[in-house]
Every structure is written in structure tokens, then in C-alpha cells.
Design a protein around this ligand. Structure first.
Ligand code: PLP
Length: 316
């Protein structure tokens, strides 16, 4: 692997990049740093053909990775569960991610690490014969909620769609199985909502496209326990609650409990803690962003400069 100081200078001629297709950013694949428009995988990669892949997304804020160790832990456990192998160790992956950000010059970035099953030269149907592929990239930071939605709270629809059972696709392994989530999104748009929450196999609330959900009732918080990705932002909410002595637990959440809550918010690396003020036709609480949501959001962003929670990117 090329260390940052020895990385070749990357001169990008902006005139040759179609920004409608490719954002600014730098990718790493097959051993090379590339502009986003050059980062292409084979159509024979099982990651593309069968969603046979795991990935993780970490963000960079003010030039610092937020909770990088937790993201690397989750990525590595996904790779092991899917019986994949990487040619890089943990420190090398951390360094590649840092170089993608440094070479892109981004101070606020959305950073992905991906391991796909890859493909075999003989197009074998045996997954053990595939050469697994590692891809990383850093592009500008993006959020589930835009500025207006962060200010007034998101409008969410609860979809009838059921999240794929954990015994079929384990949500704890972060994956690209999104057909259920995308179906939920289209149903939400049909109902004039901005995003969706979908159900677990028991009819309880599970999660949404790229986020977990929490509700606050009488000062205590709850988030679904079953059939969801153990989000790093979700975990961060537990850590922040411990710090400010708020009660929080993971357990089943019904649709009625969510609609009857004092406050609701969603959590994702893509946006942090984001308020929800309407679910279907019901206003949550008084219909405005609640005080506990605001307090946790402020604390969450304060932690981004704290060396105990963040790691600096080394820019050239
Ligand atoms: N649930 C799903 C299905 C996701 O894809 C994501 C993030 O992409 C989350 C929850 C939130 O996880 P995190 O807080 O680690 O970003």
C-alpha cells in the first residue's frame, strides 16, 4: 500500500468530469487511488450481480473521522460473517480511508469501505473461488434530511413493507439489500411523506432507508431491538444518554407508541440525529422539534472535535 506521503500527485481536470454522474471525491480500488468517475467495478462482480457485499460508512467532520474504530469493528465483523477476506489489515484500511479524504481535500466527507465477493476468472458459481474486492471512497458529506427538514422535522410514513427477516439477511452485517427499503420509500412518496419506516416480521417498527429510529416518552427513550442494523449513531445515542443520565433501552416499538410519543428522531452517519415531527397524518408531540432531540443533537456534534470520539485526517 502506498503511504500518504508517497502517493502520486493526483491532478484532476475538472472539465472532464460530469458532475451530474460523479461527485467530487477520491476512490481506492484494485490498489489505486482514482477520481470517482474512474472507479468502476466489473459487471461480473457478485457485489453487483447478487448484492453479495458488506460495507460501512463513516463520516468526516471538520477534518476528523467520527468513531472510526467502531465503524472498522463493524466492517470487520461483517467480512468475517460473510466469509470474505481482505488483502489489507485494519491499520491499512484506516490509512486508505484517510488518504481518500486527504487526496479529495474534503473536510466534511461521507466515507465508504466496501468488500464485495468479487468474481472468479472462470465465472465459477462457487463463492469460495471468488477473489474478494476492496473499494473505498470519500465524497462530500450528505444527510438523510436537508436543512429545512432538520429545522422543522421530517415527515415520515410508516410503510406496510416488512424488512427481510434477520434469519434470511442478518441486518447486523451492513449490506446492500435495500429492495424492501426502497419499496418503503416509494410508498412514502406516494403518501407525500419524505421518508419511510418499515416493519419487522412481527409488525413492530424496524428501521428506515439508512437510519434507525428512537422515540421519547415522559423523558425516557426507546429504539427497536429486533431486525435492525446496530447503527453507530444509535450506539452513540446510548453513550450520550449515559453521559447526561437519560433512560434509554432497545425493545419492541409499536406504530401506536411511535405516533403517541413526545418526540421522535432518526439516526444515521448520513446526518447524525434528525428530528421527526409528523408520522403519517399524526403530529408528534406539539409538532415541533423537541428539547431532548435538540439536546442530544447538540451534544452529538460537540463530540466531533473531542479526541476521545474522533481521529484527525492527515492532510498533505
Ligand atoms: N439502518 C440501515 C439499514 C442503514 O443502512 C444505516 C446506515 O446506513 C443505519 C441504520 C444507521 O447506521 P449508522 O448510524 O451506523 O450510520
Amino acid at each position: 500500500m502506498t503511504p500518504l506521503s508517497a502517493a502520486p500527485p493526483l491532478v484532476i481536470d475538472e472539465r472532464h468530469i460530469d458532475r451530474r454522474l460523479y461527485p467530487h471525491g477520491i476512490a481506492f480500488m484494485d490498489g489505486q487511488y482514482l477520481r470517482m468517475s474512474e472507479a468502476k467495478i466489473s459487471v461480473l462482480d457478485w457485489g453487483f450481480l447478487h448484492s453479495d457485499a458488506t460495507y460501512d460508512t463513516v463520516h468526516v467532520w471538520n477534518g476528523r473521522f467520527f468513531r472510526l474504530d467502531l465503524h472498522l469493528d463493524r466492517f470487520w465483523s461483517g467480512i468475517e460473517r460473510l466469509r470474505m477476506k481482505l488483502p489489507y489489515d485494519r491499520e491499512e484500511v484506516a490509512s486508505i480511508l484517510s488518504q481518500c479524504v486527504a487526496l479529495s481535500g474534503l473536510k466534511a466527507a461521507y466515507v465508504d469501505m466496501i468488500c464485495t465477493r468479487g468474481s472468479s476468472p472462470t465465472f465459477s458459481r462457487d463463492p469460495r473461488q471468488a477473489d474478494n474486492r476492496f473499494i473505498a471512497f470519500a465524497i462530500p458529506f450528505g444527510s438523510v434530511a436537508n436543512e429545512e427538514q432538520l429545522e422543522r422535522g421530517l415527515h415520515v410514513a410508516i410503510s406496510d413493507t416488512v424488512r427481510i427477516p434477520p434469519k434470511s439477511v442478518d441486518p447486523a452485517t451492513k449490506n446492500f439489500h435495500w429492495l424492501d427499503l426502497v419499496k418503503g420509500l416509494f410508498e412514502a412518496y406516494d403518501k407525500k411523506a419524505e421518508t419511510a419506516l418499515i416493519l419487522d416480521t412481527n409488525g413492530h417498527i424496524a428501521e428506515g432507508p439508512g437510519f434507525n429510529v428512537f422515540f421519547v416518552k415522559e423523558g425516557a427513550l426507546r429504539t427497536p431491538a429486533f431486525g435492525v442494523l446496530q447503527g453507530i449513531t444509535r450506539r452513540t445515542v446510548f453513550d450520550l444518554c449515559a453521559e447526561i443520565e437519560l433512560l434509554v433501552r432497545a425493545a419492541d416499538v409499536t406504530c401506536a407508541e411511535l405516533k403517541g410519543a413526545d418526540e421522535v428522531f432518526i439516526t444515521s452517519t448520513a446526518g447524525g440525529i434528525m428530528p421527526v415531527t409528523r408520522i403519517d397524518h399524526t403530529a408528534i408531540g406539539n409538532g415541533r422539534v423537541g428539547p431532548i432531540t435538540r439536546q442530544l443533537t447538540d451534544l452529538y456534534w460537540q463530540k466531533h472535535d473531542d479526541p476521545a470520539w474522533s481521529t484527525p485526517v492527515v492532510y498533505p
